[in-house]
Design a protein around this ligand. Structure first.
Ligand code: GLN
Length: 280
């Protein structure tokens, strides 16, 4: 099987998907362990037996709906390449808005050696993006799931980041009563009965990373309630949330006593990140 034939075959297998062309090429690059440019420069390259068998297996998994990031085991986020696992959410481009806003908050502190906590870190995406951009900072990522803690720790090593550490904790339960300059979180925020959970890639992601009670706000409420004890003066709390939850999250922050509360839109123009500052 040649490269051009392999792509055509995969597209025919994946034709139900709107991303069949990209998916076919990403999976072929994965099977060949080559960059995309290889596919264009050498379309007549013949796959060997191993490459063909890895490729056909990957395409079959994708045809059953499995997310690309779980098949290849990697996903790019910010400037990093992260290992993924079905134990955690796949990093999303929209979450980079949370990183941008956290960096903007961080620039408000005179001292660059700030302390940051990422709650529900998963792959470690947010924690590691912030640690890489703020090399003098000290980042702690926590997750309830032991496999996620292991994965995030591994991702720190892979990306040669040594100012981030990870530990198992149910939100703040095992976080020592330190004072963080920034607390960031992309918690679960989908409503338990949302029809959205029956579509596309999310069907394969862990429920624990997606849903949070009937209105999707249970974990956000819990974090907002406890966060002030873990924030330093003028520290900021930032959340990613659902596109219809901006007003509700702003209200919760204001009611708890946070100031300068604001919501920021994602790259599709939808409410996605809300933040507020704590004054002791
Ligand atoms: N942003 C995710 C989605 O829309 C939801 C993940 C979450 O609850 N943090 O699929």
């Amino acid at each position: 099987m040649r490269i051009d034939d392999a792509i055509a075959w995969a597209k025919s297998q994946l034709k139900a998907s709107t991303s069949s062309d990209v998916d076919a090429k990403v999976l072929l690059c994965h099977a060949l362990d080559k960059p995309t440019s290889f596919l264009f420069t050498w379309p007549e390259f013949e796959l060997n037996d191993t490459q063909r068998s890895v490729f056909t297996d990957c395409v079959k998994q994708r045809a059953k709906g499995k997310p690309i990031a779980y098949i290849t085991g990697i996903r790019d986020f910010w400037t990093l390449t992260l290992k993924t696992s079905p134990a955690t959410l796949i990093p999303r481009p929209d979450t980079e808005v949370l990183v941008e806003q956290a960096l903007a908050c961080a620039s408000g502190f005179q001292n660059e050696a700030i302390d940051i906590c990422d709650l529900g870190t998963g792959t470690g995406a947010i924690a590691l993006a912030l640690a890489s951009e703020l090399p003098k900072s000290n980042v702690l990522g926590v997750d309830f799931i032991a496999d996620a803690v292991e994965l995030a720790t591994h991702n720190a090593t892979l990306n040669k980041i040594n100012n981030a550490s990870f530990k198992q904790s149910d939100w703040f339960s095992s976080v020592e009563a330190g004072k963080f300059n920034l607390i960031v979180s992309n918690p679960p925020y989908v409503e338990t009965n949302s029809p959205y959970l029956q579509q596309g890639d999310v069907r394969f992601e862990p429920d624990s990373a997606l849903t949070s009670g009937e209105d999707g706000l249970e974990d956000i409420r819990h974090i907002i309630h406890l966060a002030p004890s873990f924030l330093c003066d003028a520290g900021a709390l930032l959340f990613e949330h659902g596109f219809e939850q901006g007003q509700a999250v702003r209200n919760l922050l204001v009611q708890r006593g946070f100031s300068a509360v604001k919501t920021v839109q994602d790259y599709s123009g939808l409410d996605r990140v809300t933040l507020g500052y704590w004054k002791n």
